[in-house]
Design a protein around this ligand. Sequence first.
Ligand code: C5P
Length: 261
Amino acid sequence: MIANKPGGIACAKDRLVVALDYPDRDSALRLVERLSGMVGMFKIGSQLFTAEGPQLVREIVRSGERVFLDLKFHDIPNTVAGASRSAARLGVSIFNVHTLGGAEMMRAASGAAAEFAAQNKEDFLISAATEGSPDSSRPVVLGVTVLTSMDSADLADVGISSDVDSEVVRLASLARDSGLDGVVASPREIRLIRERVAADGFIILTPGIRPVWSAVGDQKRIATPARAISDGADLIVIGRAITEDPEPRAAVERILEEIQV
Ligand code: C5P
């Protein structure tokens, strides 16, 4: 039995976000169709979005699937507010920003998402798609703290002298205090954030997940789906363990068995 279940997570499939790391719409839509109804959400990142644009996001949302738009906005508050309104207009369930953009930028993002949703309640596309949100009428806004590809030496190169853990705690706390709904965190940071930032009520979405039966690939700081969830993650993002499996539906079934709530 898994304790952490924020609103909208009713069963194991709601916790699973599948990364559509594809170069074109046909490959992405093929997987969406194959996994339709089996997973909680699909993640569209900068590769697919830059290739296919907002039309593909609309198409997937209109097909009844939930979308996490992983574009990690990082700009002046006014521009991020505009980008956040655009994301809300697309009907995505989750989008994210870089916490290094600062408190004002994060407040601008969550404020704009809430404001857009409030003004457009009638024709807001997301409706059922946002059940996972603390306020189901608007998209969830998450913060990226330290990129999972960076270590303390990389932080030092950009002038940050703290170690990764301290920086993650600092930025996650700032995200919480700036009104974000949660953060994206690597498996090794989940417990730290639960202990030092928020025991619950603050969403943790975790990439870097490898089921025990799948290849490790280039991932270094990895965890199994069950471990990530028992450590306190709400949502897990999985790409290649599903997309590169010759039987993606069977891969999803095996993962869901592993994280049954
Ligand atoms: O490794 P996998 O294919 O499961 O990655 C799925 C997604 O998780 C990718 O789209 C990437 O954005 C994200 N990821 C990450 N940090 C990692 C590995 C992957 O944020 N260390």
